[in-house]
Design a protein around this ligand. Sequence first.
Ligand code: TYD
Ligand code: MG
Length: 483
Amino acid sequence: MKQKTVFVCQECGSQSPKWLGRCGDCGAWNSFVEERPQDASAATSAHRYALAGTAGSARLYADIEIEQHARLTTGIDELDRVLGGGIVPGSLVLLGGEPGIGKSTLLLQAAAIVARTIGPVLYSSGEESEHQIKLRGERLAVGNAPLYLLAETCLERILEEIARITPALVIVDSVQTIFSMKFQSAPGSIGQVREAATQLLFTAKGQNIPTFLVGHVTKDGSLAGPKALEHVVDTVLYFEGERHHSHRVVRAVKNRFGAVSELGVFEMTSTGLRPVPNPSKMFLAERPSNAPGSAVLCSVEGSRPILVEVQALVSSSTYGTARRMASGIDQQRLSLLLAVLEKRAGLNLIGDDVFVNIAGGMTVDEPAADLGVLAAIASSVRNRVIPAATAMFGEVGLAGEVRGISQASLRVREAAQMGFRRCIMPEANIDPAARLKPSSLDEARDDPERVEGSRSETSRDEDGDCELVGVRTVGEALDALLV
Ligand code: TYD
Ligand code: MG
């Protein structure tokens, strides 16, 4: 009998009975790979996708008891923070990132601590031998902990070992190296990756064993192969950073059990990843003094305010077309801000190359960064320095207006804590109640979006050492900044 085959798009998972050069669903070229599904007659009575440990019938909402399982702490503060306060029992977490960024290092460190403090941990690697992992472990001071290493790529074998050891935590490094014997397609193909993730999900949920999957990222920055994977797992974490810098950022892009866009900041050292409790300090460490084109902006990532330096360089273009390059901020956003600067602040940038960079390889994608980017560009064009103790934040609209943003008080507090004496911010975020009635400070504090203060030169933040300057337009902001 001829075996049935199906061709599956490795980008989107779309299926076709014939090979296609271009996927009709997602438009990817040359993405179809032949896969042989399991023979239907070989399936056992229990479907292999049936969720273990669940009753077949529907249950009444009121009858379901709330299970308050304490989260497991990984012993690494910054990792616990991105997870939303520790690992939720039975959750499946995907950690994505470029090769060499530190995924295996971080998880081995976490595995060692969990093994030492909670119970046995299974670290299954399809990329490195036990010896290689141990060699790394020596650098990380894993020491004497019930940490089981398994160099295995066969999914069924990994599931057997999980059943044998019943660990407190499972780590699978990486999901793209795993294959199931039920499929003949190569490891890393969408069918294999989806099968591995689904089977590990059932193990995680059925036996309440939290599981970390490592996922590789393709050149364009998405998780290799399966978007499908992101839907299966509970939490998706991304490792960011440049290999040439020592710091790394782990960002939650999906979290069923916590806030998204929460950040964990680490520094890669010779003995593994070290959490950085005060990222603002690290990102501002190498700030040049008295240099035009440098501005400090207060951004908020998840629940945490971070000050970063944005640098701009504007120079006359030697070629016909001016270049505009952005790293760390969105290129489109830069084009928009340049248009606003030209039209609303009267700067002439035609024929100039503009380069904008967030120092330290950080990425900022919230609109509150607009004012800082704009200020850095204007500072470079006019060759005037922004005073070193001034920080700023605010969204810029197309009419050149500076719009209010969320969590203003959090940003001001961080700036004041980092020793900034002046904050240029949207007028809308400065509380008018505080200006009219100084006695109503307590009421004003209840409203998180507004910070008491005024446009007059004497306004101060809560602690009284940071002057708050409210601005309504880009013009006002530049007047206040470039003195
Ligand atoms: P790794 O965790 O292997 O990356 P990934 O699993 O994401 O591919 O990280 C490898 C890099 O980290 C490598 O370039 C060496 C460096 N490193 C250190 O600087 N210090 C250390 O203690 C360890 C273990 C690795
Ligand atoms: Mg690795």
